[in-house]
Ligand binder design. Structure first.
Ligand SMILES: [Zn+2]
Length: 201
């Protein structure tokens, strides 16, 4: 496979790529300890999008791993995980961070968020989303504890590790290098770091 397109998404910001069926998308953690929210929309209609709940119920597991497909809200396979050099800690349970989340954490004033990044990037891509789906939180480390308690703990991902997925149809892929600097999402140092997005084929 050859790299057909690549971009570095600055920590806290978003980016997008149009990926054709059969091509691969690779998300690399350039410096480690950074969560990357990812959404995928069908290029044919943004009413069909990657769905956390449809993926969990189809796979009957919480986190997709190599060989697993990720499904749309119409239960079509959209992406298939082909490689993962990270420890495999990803999350498909938590919502994207949004302005209210930062307010609840005690932040006063404006703060970037994954939800806003999705809206900005969709506009930049000339696409419309009638719904804001839950993201696939790549590299997000969520512990599912006895009794059903779930907790975000610092990421286990190291610099240079990546997740790669094959597109099963023509997709608009949107990512956000999560701006969280209060909760443990991106680690205890409150820093955000860049993510590399590549299209291979
Ligand atoms: Zn976020």
């Amino acid at each position: 496979m050859h790299i057909r397109e690549e971009q570095v998404v600055e920590g806290g910001f978003g980016g997008h790529m149009r990926v054709s069926a059969g091509e691969h998308v690779r998300i690399t953690n350039l410096e480690g300890s950074q969560v990357c929210d990812l959404w995928a929309f069908s290029q044919a209609s943004s009413d069909e999008f990657l769905s956390a709940e449809h993926t969990r119920s189809t796979l009957q597991k919480l986190v997709p791993a190599v060989g697993d497909s990720l499904f749309s809200n119409r239960r079509h396979a959209m992406l298939t995980v082909t490689a993962d050099t990270s420890p495999g800690t990803h999350d498909f349970l938590m919502s994207a961070c949004c302005p209210r989340r930062y307010e609840l954490l005690g932040h006063v004033g404006y703060h970037r968020s994954c939800a806003e990044n999705l809206c900005l990037v969709m506009e930049e891509a000339g696409a419309t989303a009638h719904e804001l789906p839950s993201p696939f939180n790549i590299f997000q480390n969520v512990e599912v504890q006895a009794g059903g308690h779930i907790e975000i703990v610092p990421p286990a991902v190291q610099a240079g590790q990546y997740l790669e997925m094959r597109a099963e149809s023509d997709l608009l892929v949107v990512v956000s290098a999560c701006p969280m600097d209060i909760a443990m999402t991106n680690g205890p140092d409150g820093k955000t770091r860049p993510i590399k997005l590549e299209r291979l084929g």
